[in-house]
Design a protein around this ligand. Structure first.
Ligand SMILES: [Zn+2]
Length: 106
């Protein structure tokens, strides 16, 4: 089953650069093992996404569906090009020599 969790990133294999999601599997594994600092080290973006999804689910189960719908509406109003640009910025920044700490552990 290790092949399923250690699938090599095509971008990393071909260019040696981390994509926006490199380290995500390890980040989720670290979160599941109660190691949030390691998770942030592997992929901070993944931690943000998981935290957002967990908060959303918690609010929904607490009966705050209206808040969730409001946030969903705000997110849907953001142009897809902005989300794409943010992903590209994240990808570029985490590959800069000054920001290697944003990349997954070797
Ligand atoms: Zn990758």
């Amino acid at each position: 089953m290790a092949w399923a969790t250690h699938f090599p990133c095509p971008l990393y294999v071909t260019t040696g650069c981390w994509c926006a999601f490199c380290g995500s599997t390890r980040a989720v594994q670290a979160l599941l093992h109660g190691q949030p600092a390691d998770a942030v080290r592997d992929n901070g973006l993944t931690v943000l996404i998981v935290a957002f999804a967990a908060t959303r689910l918690l609010l929904w189960t607490m009966g705050c569906g209206r808040v969730v719908e409001m946030v969903d509406g705000l997110i849907a109003r953001v142009d897809m090009r902005i989300w794409t640009a943010l992903l590209l910025v994240w990808t570029v920044v985490r590959n800069l020599p000054a920001f290697t700490a944003l990349g997954p552990a070797a």
